[in-house]
Design a protein around this ligand. Structure first.
Ligand SMILES: Nc1nc(=O)c2c([nH]1)NC[C@@H]1CN(c3ccc(C(=O)N[C@@H](CCC(=O)O)C(=O)O)cc3)CN21
Ligand SMILES: CC(C)C(=O)C(=O)O
Ligand SMILES: [Mg+2]
Length: 291
């Protein structure tokens, strides 16, 4: 039996930030339990999507505690128009790559459209693939009251579930990409959805494109963490699609995106410099050659 050094066990009981999800000392893989404890401490945390091992390794090394292998891979990685065509085979392959590229981040795999809507048994079969074949620590699925039986069976089976309510993009053909929870009736429905996923055992819930005041109320009422995207500043966590926040997504991005870099411009400049060098005969030079 290895004994914990005294200094380490003392620091784990302190409130000096050493246990923080972001900026903390621990190098082991983060668990859903750690996520729950962060809410009790009032600690906010960041989440980003990733769809490949290399990008995920950057976020892991930067200390991002939770990485979502989102089905936004459909439009951000695989070239589809929406998330609707994404298959469970595709999500399994991308999730496995993200797990392989990371050491500390909790990896959440998105269940794609059609892989859980038939019912709890189908949901369990699909989630089991992401856990066994890809190695994710949790799965995410869309829907509040309508998905509570799926959430309950997964959680009873030992698979942690992140729920996702408000705008649920897999339902784009039914609801469009519109703000959810506006008006008294829609706000009551969102609150019922939030309580339903918490009661079913979800460890966290994404609130997408809901009014900031309503997201704040849901965050106060729930004991599980809320993860906002277009849901104002009061949620326990914030998530963005990585290609949006780093300026790689072509064309228009949603209004809730803050762009922290312009990777499309950086990459275009570098690629043109390479092409100019090749055409002009200035690459390769002697240092890039073998003799
Ligand atoms: N690149 C990307 N970023 C995302 O955030 C994202 C995806 N893809 N794909 C999956 C879902 C779909 N999401 C979306 C898609 C469109 C809007 C959108 O058009 N929103 C309008 C506001 C609409 C309204 O006010 O009712 C906007 O201008 O922000 C929002 C979220 C979020 N997710
Ligand atoms: C936008 C987030 C929450 C998502 O579900 C995705 O990236 O697929
Ligand atoms: Mg998704």
């Amino acid at each position: 039996m290895t004994q914990l050094p005294a200094a380490q066990s003392a620091s784990q009981q302190s409130s000096d930030g050493s246990r923080a999800l972001y900026g903390g000392k621990s190098t082991r893989r983060i668990t859903v339990r750690d996520i729950g404890l962060a809410k009790d401490r009032g600690e906010k945390w960041p989440m980003l999507t990733a769809y490949d091992a290399m990008t995920a390794s950057v976020f892991d090394e930067a200390g991002i505690p939770v990485i979502l292998v989102g089905d936004s891979a459909g439009n951000c990685h695989l070239g589809y128009e929406t998330t609707v065509p994404v298959t469970l085979d595709e999500m399994t392959m991308l999730s496995a790559a993200v797990v392989r590229g990371t050491r500390r981040s909790l990896i959440v795999g998105d269940l794609p459209f059609g892989s859980y809507q038939e019912g709890p048994v189908q949901a369990l079969r699909s989630a089991t693939r992401l856990v066994k074949e890809a190695g994710v620590g949790a799965v995410k699925l869309e829907g509040g009251e309508r998905s509570h039986e799926q959430i309950r069976l997964l959680v009873e089976s030992g698979i942690p579930v992140m729920a996702h309510i408000g705008l649920t993009p897999q339902s784009v053909h039914a609801m469009g990409y519109r703000v959810q929870g506006r008006g008294e009736e829609a706000a009551q429905q969102l609150l019922r959805d939030a309580k339903a996923v918490q009661d079913a055992g979800a460890f966290a819930v994404v609130l997408e494109l809901v009014p900031a005041e309503l997201a704040a109320e849901v965050t106060r009422v729930l004991h599980i963490p809320t993860v906002g995207i277009g849901a104002g500043p009061e949620t326990d966590a914030q998530v963005l699609v990585w290609t949006d926040m780093l300026g790689l997504t072509p064309g228009r991005v949603p209004k809730f995106v803050k762009q922290y870099a312009d990777l499309r411009e950086v990459m275009t400049g570098a690629v043109r410099a390479f092409a100019d060098d090749v055409v002009g005969g200035t690459f390769p030079q002697d240092e890039h050659s073998v003799h």
